[in-house]
Design a protein around this ligand. Structure first.
Ligand code: HEM
Length: 236
């Protein structure tokens, strides 16, 4: 059959009162940093934005102390200089052609807004990361229908099934700083939480504003009703 729809999961950030699970997002940042960042850029996020996730300014400075980024000097000549907290995350490849060349012709997409950009959002990202099926577990029908070769990566949830990304995660791919057991599921859920935060860091403000607006409108409706009763009251 065709591509499966990723199963719907419960996310901490769902719903009108949902917030990001900061601990999960911090673990997810560790996964991004240690695994995904080798291939995927996150070019809309700056290092200092990580203080939103609960990192201190000193932790952010520590994180970038060995990173140098391309810039121009006063004469307009290209130079490398130490990264600053206000810099966006450094890209793993200088340009799209280099990114594609290093990945069998398919450039890994930027992950800044991937959670927003793909149908089924976080369920899709989690689904991709956990949805690989090894060649020897495929049915002969699947192999035939999708023309799967031994070296292909078959993913249940990727449109067309064949994906240029080899399975990036597995049990114990990372050792979590907070001691959480790093199963494949845990890593996938955590990096999805992190990427959801990256795609909309001000979501919590937006929802808080929404709640205040509704409360204000309720109060205003009550006031209007009282005023209407007064204005239209029978005088005797
Ligand atoms: C594609 C996430 C690690 C290379 C994708 C897609 C996602 C993703 C969600 C699908 C995007 C779409 O729908 O178009 C991640 C995450 C990673 C990770 C969260 C870390 C846990 C890696 C690594 C590499 C890589 C380490 C390189 C060795 C690629 C490539 C594609 C891709 C080449 C394009 C696949 C295609 O279009 O067929 N990644 N990735 N990824 N990723 Fe990753």
């Amino acid at each position: 059959g065709g591509t499966e729809q990723p199963p719907a999961r419960k996310w901490h950030f769902q719903g009108p009162f949902g917030t990001y699970d900061r601990a999960a997002a911090q673990r997810g940042f560790q996964v991004y940093q240690e695994v995904c960042a080798a291939c995927h850029s996150l070019s809309l996020v700056a290092y200092r934005n990580l203080t939103d996730l609960g990192l201190t300014e000193n932790q952010v400075k520590g994180l970038i102390k060995d990173i140098s980024v391309p810039d121009l000097n006063d004469d307009g000549a290209p130079v490398d200089r130490p990264a600053r907290p206000s810099d966006r995350f450094k890209k793993p490849f200088p340009n799209l052609a280099a990114a594609a060349a290093a990945n069998n012709g398919k450039a890994p997409p930027d992950l800044s807004v991937i959670v927003k950009a793909r149908q089924y959002g976080p369920d899709f990202i989690y689904g991709i990361l956990t949805g690989y099926v090894p060649y020897d577990k495929l049915t002969p029908e699947q192999i035939k229908e999708f023309d799967v070769k031994k070296d292909d990566n078959f993913n249940k949830y990727f449109p067309g099934h064949k994906i240029a990304m080899a399975p990036p995660l597995s049990d114990d791919k990372v050792t979590y700083a907070d001691g959480t057991k790093a199963t494949l599921d845990q890593e996938a859920a955590d990096v999805t939480e992190f990427l959801a935060w990256a795609s909309e860091p001000h979501m919590e403000d937006r929802k808080r504003t929404g709640v205040r607006v509704i409360l204000f409108l309720l109060a205003l409706a009550g006031l209007m009703y009282a005023v209407k009763r007064m204005v239209w009251a029978d005088k005797h």
